[in-house]
Design a protein around this ligand. Structure first.
Ligand SMILES: Nc1nc2c(ncn2[C@@H]2O[C@H](COP(=O)(O)OP(=O)(O)OP(=O)(O)O)[C@@H](O)[C@H]2O)c(=O)[nH]1
Ligand SMILES: [Mg+2]
Length: 454
């Protein structure tokens, strides 16, 4: 996958790994290599400059946490910035196996729709789905035969009608056919790729979508077009709220990096990528894993984790300090929420800090609901000004309105957060008083923040 980009990035990184000390010269050399590598992969110039600037800034100027080398920190920065370039989000396709899901594939001529359908059928069949395919391409002679041939080895049934020239009819009949054969819970629809540009393609897509009522529409984009993929992804992303993207031909394409970054910048979801002509050549797109394999750093995850933990340690120290002084601000509160969300177990962090379990509830809360609440609370904190984070008392009336708007939450939720925070402050005061009296940490304080986490 992206062989030439991968090779040049790996070579550049080797220099950092092999250097006796990581100084300004090494980093500048690396940045030069990085720029060349990304530009040769057809990544947009502006994006390249943005990435290299960030790497330069952070690698040279950031304060590195204790116990972490500048080298490891630099590698983490590179990794983070490339991940940001190639798409932050990993959005797996979640289908309800108890319903019939319909995925409709569209894309311009030769982009890889028909091939991708076979790959996706294979992918979901392996995960226990019963898949049916509809040959909705009535335009190109031989399209149905190609679809059948590709799906035959995996025993996925293909519905088609060579005599029917109206694709809408074939799709309608195909859906009925599979719906009556009750055991199918995933239907994939192939469409014609007679379009050479996105405008007419999107128009036809809307017409077919009316009939097929798809769960999701998947735009298939040929990655060999490099950064030109942006126009397609952008138009599609704007008009199709239920859309996602498959990038094909990432194997051996010199411009693949340009295509991935161009799609990522539009905010469109890349679900899968194709990296070969065979039916198995489909991968779920996960930016972190993608960058990891691009850089060929099998040990990168361990490295990132230890750098992150060093940061956590610093955060923890700050919290401990706040506790000692009895001065808890929303800023500390936010650090705590972030740690809880990062570690997916509040218990892990809580166990490090005396008295903190009283704030988060005694039980580590792992449920998805709790995590969602934490994310919302973090969003609320992120919409606060520096002043507000340092002094929660100023947050009233109009400010609550503004914060809830900015964070996409309700004023009630903002108030809930403030309530929980105030309770935590009260408890902290009480704890300090008791500790002062008895000289020992108190036990059995009612958990104040239990309600926060779901
Ligand atoms: N190397 C490589 N080739 C691919 C990949 N995906 C598709 N192809 C090839 O691209 C060509 C076009 O693929 P199709 O699946 O027929 O494309 P399509 O969008 O259905 O084409 P039309 O129906 O004509 O619009 C075929 O030769 C495929 O083998 C991929 O991930 N890697
Ligand atoms: Mg086709």
């Amino acid at each position: 996958m992206l062989d030439s980009l991968s090779l040049s990035l790996r070579n550049a990184i080797m220099k950092i790994r092999g250097a006796a000390i990581v100084d300004e010269k090494i980093i500048n050399d690396f940045i030069q290599d990085l720029e060349n590598a990304l530009l040769s992969a057809d990544v947009n110039l502006e994006l390249v400059l943005n990435v290299t600037e960030q790497v330069r800034e952070k690698a040279l100027k950031d304060q590195v946490p204790m116990g972490v080398s500048r080298r490891d920190y630099t590698l983490k920065v590179i990794y983070d910035e490339l991940t940001r370039l190639l798409g932050k989000r990993h959005v797996p396709l979640r289908l309800n196996p108890n319903e019939i899901s319909v995925l409709m594939f569209i894309g311009i001529q030769g982009s890889g729709k028909t091939t991708s359908i076979g790959k996706v059928a294979n992918y979901f069949q392996k995960r226990g789905y019963k898949v049916g395919v509809i040959g909705g391409d009535t335009f190109r002679p031989g399209a149905l035969a190609q679809l059948q041939q590709y799906n035959a080895p995996i025993n996925v049934e293909v519905y088609g009608d060579e005599k029917e020239k109206k694709s809408s009819k074939v799709i309608k009949n195909g859906l009925n056919y599979f719906k009556e054969k009750k055991n199918v819970n995933l239907v994939l629809i192939d469409t014609a790729g007679r379009h050479k540009e996105e405008k007419s393609l999107l128009k036809e897509m809307q017409e077919i979508a009316k009939i097929a009522k798809p769960t999701e529409i998947i735009l298939v984009v040929d990655a060999t077009i490099g950064q030109q993929a942006r126009a397609q992804a952008d138009a599609f992303n704007r008009t199709t709220p239920i859309g996602s993207i498959i990038l094909t031909k990432l194997d051996g394409s010199a411009k693949g990096g340009g295509a991935v970054s161009a799609v990522a910048i539009t905010g469109a979801k890349i679900r899968f990528y194709g990296d070969g002509e065979k039916i198995q050549d489909l991968e779920e797109f996960n930016p972190t894993r993608f960058v990891g394999s691009l850089l060929g750093m099998g040990d990168i995850e361990g490295l990132i984790q230890s750098v992150n933990e060093a940061f956590d340690e610093e955060d923890t120290a700050e919290l401990r300090d706040a506790f000692k002084k009895g001065k808890l601000t929303l800023r500390h509160f936010k650090i705590q929420l972030e740690s809880a969300s990062k570690q997916s177990s509040i218990g892990k962090l809580v166990s490090k800090i005396p008295g903190m379990s009283a704030l988060t509830g005694k039980q580590p809360i792992l449920e998805a609901e709790g995590q969602k609440n934490i994310k919302r609370f973090i969003a609320i904190c992120n919409s606060m000004t520096e002043e507000e984070l340092d002094n929660a008392r100023v947050i009233k009336g109009r400010r609550i309105q503004r914060i809830s708007k900015g964070s996409g939450t309700s004023p009630q939720e903002v108030k809930l957060l403030l309530n929980q925070f105030n309770q935590a402050v009260k408890q902290l005061k009480m704890m300090r008083k008791m500790r002062g009296r008895r000289g020992a940490p108190p036990g059995g304080i009612p958990p104040g923040l239990e309600g926060m986490f779901g």
